[in-house]
Design a protein around this ligand. Structure first.
Ligand SMILES: CC(C)(COP(=O)(O)OP(=O)(O)OC[C@H]1O[C@@H](n2cnc3c(N)ncnc32)[C@H](O)[C@@H]1OP(=O)(O)O)[C@@H](O)C(=O)NCCC(=O)NCCS
Length: 188
């Protein structure tokens, strides 16, 4: 385990170490790691996107999360046998990113926005997203947030199912040109 890098080890299924799944912070220092994360996003979103964005576009997306991390955001990756198989990001609520209606319904208190999540399709349905989400919830709690929230599209059934399984409640729905945007929140 690298010093200062791995914050928590989560053994998944096996205690032998062979199939150990580790959740750690992404520090953005290694270009190779950032590339691996971009590759996970590319693989996870490819089935649903008619135009397949190239890896460099995903690299830009992942790089953009660096700013959030620098401002008390969170960036976590999940590794299996050293290889990154899932990643998730989050940051404090920024009203400029959401519609007024959604923001009004968030209510008072500090809120944490879960901003990006992807799991390599070869490792889905193994609770990787669940682990990454719980890590972000713990981070938000440490920052004194009242609740976490996020949105997806109603058409993204696995993500909707994952929110609901984790006890998030839907608090706002709005039509957009990308699809029906559904907002979920969870009180901490
Ligand atoms: C959504 C996503 C992150 C879920 O990752 P995952 O690691 O497979 O999710 P988990 O194993 O933690 O699933 C937890 C629960 O969510 C629900 N769920 C997850 N995937 C599901 C699917 N394909 N169909 C139905 N329910 C699903 C289930 O209730 C599941 O619990 P169960 O396996 O005990 O039934 C993954 O499918 C993904 O990367 N999708 C593409 C990218 C994406 O949509 N990201 C979110 C953008 S808003």
């Amino acid at each position: 385990m690298l010093r200062g890098q791995v914050r928590e080890a989560v053994l998944h299924g096996s205690h032998s170490g062979a199939n150990a799944v580790l959740v750690s912070e992404l520090n953005f220092k290694s270009k190779e790691e950032v590339r691996e994360v971009a590759e996970v996003f590319r693989k996870a979103f490819s089935p649903e996107l008619p135009e397949k964005p190239a890896l460099y576009a995903w690299l830009d997306t992942v790089e953009s999360y660096k700013t959030a991390k620098a401002q008390n955001g969170s960036a976590f990756v999940c590794r299996r046998n050293g290889r990154i198989i899932g990643a998730a990001f989050g940051k404090l609520h920024d009203p400029l990113e959401h519609s007024l209606e959604a923001c009004k319904k968030l209510g008072p208190g500090k809120h944490y926005y879960l901003v990006g999540l992807a799991v390599d399709p070869a490792f889905q349905r193994q609770k990787i997203a669940t682990m990454l989400t719980r890590k972000r919830l713990a981070h938000a709690r440490k920052l004194g947030c009242a609740a976490v929230y996020s949105y997806t599209y109603a058409e993204r059934k696995p993500k909707v199912a994952q929110f609901e399984k984790e006890g998030f409640t839907r608090f706002h729905t709005e039509p957009t040109k990308e699809g029906t945007r559904v907002y979920y929140k969870k009180t901490l």
